[in-house]
Design a protein around this ligand. Structure first.
Ligand SMILES: [Zn+2]
Length: 281
């Protein structure tokens, strides 16, 4: 597996040689400035573009900073500007974004255009330039990409979605709807609440196999990263095709919003992925 010393940002310096276009240079700068988390694995494919926001670079007053949700206590004009900035940084069109209204379910929607998708926690598309969004602030965003069929899925996986096997179900959807072979799937599991900090009650812990629950001095901590990785492996994904960010949103206040840590004062981040057709946006 593609874990440490990966750090979502610093590693890129060694992986990305000097890129000649002004836009590409700008992208590299943003990564250095920690405004965008990228995937070293997905970055190897020209037919997909991906980035996840952090707290940095936004216009909202602190502690919101780069908040991308209209559903928290923030000036909508700031949120609109933050979204505009993020999509400009990513080189994607905000008006081509497919944004789910997440409900911690296992509902998967196949989409071919932009819009707001009610009651969806996973989106799938094979349409280039449609940006699939995951809203996050501790939950995990999982990006699944098949470079053979050029199909993309993005999944919102908190403890409820993980318990409902939404990642495993997304893999099945890719196979059944698009003929994807799971062994071809390339996956990125985003920064999320980590087992270092993600304490859960016994009622949540008992939903999971004990393999995913650490008992430390009588306190229970859930490992979303391992649980979702195992769903991919059990579904037939190759270990070398899975990149897991080891970063924890809760214990990285400088970089990430965390609802668990900040409660109502927490902003929201977005993970965004879109298929490219080689012509750029
Ligand atoms: Zn932590």
């Amino acid at each position: 597996m593609f874990t440490g010393p990966y750090d979502g940002m610093m590693r890129l310096d060694s992986l990305i040689p000097w890129e000649r276009t002004k836009r590409a240079y700008g992208a590299q700068q943003r990564v250095k400035d920690q405004m965008i988390i990228e995937s070293a694995l997905l970055k190897q494919y020209e037919s997909i573009r991906f980035g996840m926001s952090t707290r940095k670079g936004g216009v909202s007053p602190e502690p919101l900073g780069m908040n991308l949700s209209y559903r928290v206590h923030d000036d909508p004009a700031n949120v609109t500007e933050n979204r505009r900035l993020l999509f400009a940084w990513l080189g994607m069109r905000l008006d081509n974004a497919a944004i789910p209204v997440q409900c911690h379910s296992d509902h998967i929607e196949v989409v071919s255009g932009p819009g707001q998708y009610e009651n969806s926690d996973a989106l799938i598309t094979n349409t280039p330039h449609v940006s699939l969004v995951v809203n996050i602030a501790d939950c995990m965003a999982v990006v699944l990409f098949d470079p053979v069929h050029r199909v993309l899925a993005t999944v919102h996986a908190g403890w409820r979605g993980t318990a409902a096997s939404i990642v495993a179900k997304a893999v099945v959807s890719l196979r059944e709807r698009f003929g994807v072979s799971t062994s071809d799937v390339v996956a990125f599991l985003s920064p999320s609440a980590g087992p270092c900090c993600y304490e859960v009650g016994p009622e949540v812990a008992r939903v999971f196999s004990s393999v995913y629950v650490q008992d430390r001095a009588g306190r229970l901590y859930l490992d979303l990263k391992k649980a979702n990785t195992d769903q991919l492996l059990a579904g037939g994904a190759r270990e070398s095709n899975i990149e897991v960010s080891p970063q924890c949103t809760i214990c990285n206040p400088r970089l990430y919003h965390s609802y668990r840590r900040d409660g109502e004062r927490s902003g929201r981040m977005m993970a965004v992925a879109c298929l490219m057709d080689g012509e750029g946006v």
